[in-house]
Design a binder for this molecule. Structure first.
Ligand code: RVP
Length: 476
């Protein structure tokens, strides 16, 4: 039996090369997420229930990356999360939420809360615009009142084809925040909001689809409802689906990929996780548009402890990237990224993007509440194969968890943990992308593909690793 050597991020450094870069802004982080989809920074937020729902995905896309909505939601809930991302930040919302005039104020408040929006268009039975209700109209209104009694009736509208500049002028002139777009017969065709216009200007690097809407991905499993789920997610506008299974080099994963591709040939499809060249090749042959690499590298993952299986992340990425390059299929390094240096090493080793969990958990945009313990603030961050995540899933499926359920039957491959509360993910992404841009410069590269050509790794000893950390000083 042969032993193969496996290395990970802390085993190596990138050898500095001559660089003509004088400013980080001369570097370009545009990269391929999958065969037909590009993003503007190489970061993807993990499809985990303590990392990515619509808030995280929207922020990731605004910053130039992408988020993958996790799959531990009902199909309707998950599709709704996709829809929320799609509707945030597009210049014109195509099917704005509306309500009929005979509904009550209470119903309008519930509906707006459910959709996380601040106003509703009021339309008659022929879809003609007859009013608008915003937070201001609803705030102190009697909840039993009808919408027609509280709505604003004289609505300022614009015609289909109105330009962005014209819309801004109208919004400013009338001191309003929402501009419904109607056709000649007064039928609603869209909605432009001041928030979306500002978003568009504030986030020039955002990852967008052809219609100018934020990019978003969503995960599906390999059992049960995956085709129905895929259909709903694609209908809601998901730009890419991710077949999510711990052991992606399996018949389960391959057949799921083939079935999704057969049912939805145009669907951009990522699958994983795998950690070997053969795993990558088999998924590529099954039809994927990108391969997600990482077995046991995640911060909350104990697969290697429980099963003894896995490949150190850097070697896994290098092996898979060789195959990816042969087939023209991008590789996503998933798990074990703790610093921008780790991300740079993964990219230099051949990954096109890096999926991140723990670094993005604990932020304002990650699901869950902030907890205080011993005066410090935290958020829960847990493995999707942890006991807590499994209990969460069970109680979601059956509405409750019974004391008779034998939890000892569940062999967890993940742990539940807490990560420090970190504020907004936007700041974290600034640090991550800034670090990677500098990393490119140290490799004498302006782009990620150039860095992959130029990169030279040097293996280091324990002493080399110790020297790489702050040492012989007291940290403040
Ligand atoms: P990290 O960024 O190191 O926190 O790793 C995140 C990754 O860990 C996820 O994208 C996923 O591949 C993996 N993961 C998630 N849950 C579990 C588990 O319970 N074992 N592992």
């Amino acid at each position: 039996m042969e032993f193969k050597e496996g290395l990970t991020f802390d085993d190596v450094l990138l050898v500095p090369k001559y660089s003509d870069i004088t400013s980080r802004s001369q570097t370009d982080l545009t990269t391929k997420l999958s065969r037909n989809l590009s993003i503007n920074i190489p970061f993807v937020s993990a499809n985990m229930d303590t990392v990515t729902e619509s808030m995280m995905a929207g922020t990731m896309a605004r910053a130039g990356g992408i988020g993958i909505i996790h799959r531990f939601l009902t199909i309707k809930e998950q599709a709704n999360e996709v829809l929320k991302v799609k509707r945030s930040g597009s210049v014109m919302i195509e099917n704005p939420y509306s309500i009929s005039p005979d509904k009550s104020v209470a119903e309008a408040i519930d509906y707006a809360e459910d959709k996380e929006i601040s106003g509703l268009l009021v339309i008659d039975s022929n879809s003609k615009l007859i009013g608008i209700v915003t937070e201001r109209d609803l705030l102190f209104a009697n909840k039993a009142n009808k919408i027609q009694d509280v709505m604003t009736k004289d609505v300022v509208t614009a015609k289909l084809g109105v330009t962005l500049d014209e819309s801004k002028e109208i919004l400013h002139k009338h001191r309003i925040e929402k501009l419904p777009i109607v056709d000649d017969s007064g039928t609603v065709k869209g909605l432009i909001t001041s928030k979306d216009i500002t978003n568009n200007a504030d986030f020039p690097n955002a990852s967008k689809d052809k219609k100018g809407r934020p990019l978003v991905g969503a995960a599906v499993g390999v059992k049960g409802d995956f085709l129905e789920r895929s259909e709903s997610l694609l209908e809601a506008g998901a730009d890419v689906l991710v077949v999510d299974i711990a052991h992606g080099h399996s018949e389960n994963a391959m057949s799921t990929v083939r079935n999704i591709k057969k049912a939805f040939p145009d669907c951009e499809l990522i699958a994983g996780n795998i950690a070997t060249a053969q795993g990558a090749e088999d998924l590529i042959k099954a039809g994927v548009d990108a391969v997600k690499v990482g077995v046991g590298s995640g911060s909350i993952c104990i697969t290697r402890v429980i099963t003894g299986s896995g490949v150190p992340q850097l070697t896994a990425v290098m092996d898979c990237a060789k195959v990816g390059k042969d087939y023209g299929i991008p590789i996503i390094s998933d798990g074990g990224t703790r610093t921008s240096g780790d991300a740079t090493k993964a990219l230099a080793a051949g990954a096109s993007t890096v999926m991140v969990g723990s670094m993005l958990g604990g932020t304002d945009e990650s699901p869950g509440t902030v907890l205080t313990k011993n005066g410090k603030r935290f958020k829960v961050y847990r493995g999707m194969a942890s006991l807590a995540a499994s209990i969460g899933r069970k109680s979601k499926e059956s509405g409750t968890i019974s004391l008779d359920d034998d939890l000892n039957d569940y062999v967890a491959e993940g742990v539940e943990a807490m990560v420090p509360y970190k504020g907004t993910v936007t700041d974290i992404l600034k640090q991550l992308t800034g670090g990677v841009r500098s990393g490119l410069s140290y490799c004498g590269a302006h782009t990620i593909p150039q860095m992959q050509e130029n990169a030279e790794f040097i293996k280091m000893s324990r002493a080399g690793f110790a020297e790489s950390q702050p040492h012989d000083v007291s940290l403040m």
